[in-house]
Ligand binder design. Structure first.
Ligand code: FAD
Length: 462
């Protein structure tokens, strides 16, 4: 364990408004926990800023002391990059305030807000910003990588709806970045991850959504995989943009709406959320039924905030995870054969493969307008996610994800993928993910963080 030099942390404690927690302080073990229980890191010091000024103090202190910095938003990074052995964890969870101006349709979210905080505040006004599907995920990490979710089809990625950010850069300065202010930094934080500093505030443009939306879940058995995917590739792209679908290879949940005899069964699901007229949603569900009758389906009106929490429990804290992602431009027969061959080989009931079909709103932001790690052409973003209750059980599942991913490579849009779906650092994959944007990201990194103070991320090495 690193011993802090000089005055230890007493100067830091005196200078910070928020708590400073060392290994011997109460709350240390609770605060250093990460969502992925595979990782058990022991920072030399944890700071919990209560303001942007606190973040500046922490960054300056860490740089002066030579402490490696890890920035923690919602702590959901699968690789455990939001903590660090012997370094400083900057835990942003006290910066979780969200304010909404319904007149200008803008929301300001603190750098440590969770998606649930953002949804709760914006939905009070019937507004929302596209983000992910698990409400305990952090706005910070999700947005900085791009941010895709149920509203992406209608309104694009989270970053496509970002108006400005406030960032503490490696020199300890607090800067605003927006289209007309530090535009290079604003471009880079929209997809370039945590490479450029600590974002203390995100300002989003909002859209009308809900508060009641239409939820549907339809489920097909494992032996109908090929028919399921052929139906999916025909029907999903043709649905109206108000109807958003998450495609899943998963085990049926033990939910009240799942007939008891089908609970825990592995199979294929469409989670369909309608933001428009009820008839549009009902029509989508009917199209599935007539194309390929499901084993069961369920549909109901539901508050948008409740839909955004439906996957919270299956993704609860305390489990072990490994993940790899890729893009598929089409669901070819060959890709379908790989998916339906590999999915049933998993050994854990909780492991899943999930897809977003990216179209409509996703295509409306030009490719070079942001640093997003994916071309703006129609595609499926696929996430292969291993989940197990213990570290020991994770090993076979990690092998399952890797062999599944390898087998899909000949059908994928290259080795690059959405950076928020990458676990292990891999420079070749990262460069492929950013393609011709990589050089511009590198230049911006050299401008704002030439000594790589912020390196616990999908790192752009200066
Ligand atoms: P953290 O682990 O806290 O942070 C991850 C990294 O982001 C940090 O290492 C740091 O570099 C950086 N970071 C975080 N906050 C800040 C900040 N304020 N300033 C500077 N850097 C910061 N992605 C989607 O797009 N859509 C989804 O629907 C989706 N669902 C998910 C569901 C689950 C259960 C999980 C585990 C992940 C999901 N993801 C999804 C991926 C998710 O976007 C990434 O894991 C993201 O990094 C999580 O952000 P976080 O703040 O919770 O993570």
């Amino acid at each position: 364990m690193t011993q802090l030099a000089g005055s230890g942390t007493s100067d830091l404690r005196a200078a910070m408004q928020g708590p400073v927690i060392g290994p011997d302080d109460p709350g240390y073990d609770e605060t250093r926990r990460l969502w992925n229980a595979e990782h058990d890191r022991r920072p030399a010091v944890i700071v919990r800023p209560q303001s942007a000024t606190d973040v500046q103090t922490a960054v300056r202190y860490a740089v002066a002391e030579g402490l490696e910095i890890a920035v923690r938003g919602g702590a959901h990074n699968t690789a455990g990059l939001s903590s660090v052995d012997d370094g400083m964890m900057i835990d942003l969870s006290l910066l979780n305030q969200v304010s909404v101006d319904p007149t200008t349709r803008r929301a300001k979210a603190g750098g440590g807000a969770l998606l649930g905080d953002l949804d709760a505040a914006t939905q009070q006004h019937g507004l929302a910003v596209p983000a992910g599907v698990v409400s305990h995920t952090g706005v910070g990490g999700l947005t900085l990588g791009g941010g895709m979710g149920l509203l992406t089809r209608k309104h694009g990625l989270s970053i496509d709806n970002l108006e400005s950010v406030r960032v503490v850069t490696a020199d300890g300065n607090l800067r605003r970045a927006a289209a007309g202010e530090n535009p290079d930094l604003f471009w880079a934080v929209r997809g370039g991850g945590g490479n450029f500093g600590v974002v203390t505030e995100f300002e989003f443009r909002l859209h009308e959504a809900g508060p009641i939306v239409h939820y549907g879940m339809s489920f097909w058995p494992a032996d109908q995989g090929a028919e399921f995917f052929r139906m999916t590739r025909e029907l999903i792209p043709a649905l109206p943009r108000e109807v958003n679908v998450l495609i899943g290879c998963l085990n049926a949940p033990p939910a009240p709406f799942v007939p008891q005899e089908h609970q825990f069964k592995a199979g294929y699901a469409l989670i369909t959320v309608g933001f428009g007229a009820p008839a549009q949603h009902a029509d989508a569900m009917e199209q599935y039924r007539s194309a390929l009758p499901p084993l069961f389906d369920f549909t109901t009106p539901m508050p948008y905030v409740a839909v955004q929490q439906l996957l919270d429990e299956p993704n609860a804290w305390g489990m072990c995870h490994y993940e790899k992602g890729l893009y598929l431009e089409t669901l070819s027969d060959e890709a379908i054969a790989v998916i339906t061959d590999h999915f049933p080989q998993k050994t854990s009931a909780q492991s899943v493969a999930l897809f977003y079909h990216l179209d409509h709103g996703y295509l409306e932001t030009p490719d070079d307008a942001t640093a997003f790690s994916g071309r703006r052409t129609e595609r499926y973003a696929m996430f292969l996610i291993a989940t197990t209750p213990t570290v020991e059980a994770l090993e076979p599942e990690r092998a399952w994800v890797r062999s599944f991913w390898d087998a899909l490579q000949p059908h994928a849009a290259g080795i690059g993928s959405y950076v928020n779906g990458m676990t292990e650092p891999d420079e070749a994959r990262l460069q492929a993910a950013y393609g011709d944007k990589y050089d511009r990201l590198l230049q911006t990194k050299c401008t704002y963080d030439p000594t790589n103070v912020f390196r616990r991320n999908q790192n752009i090495k200066p």
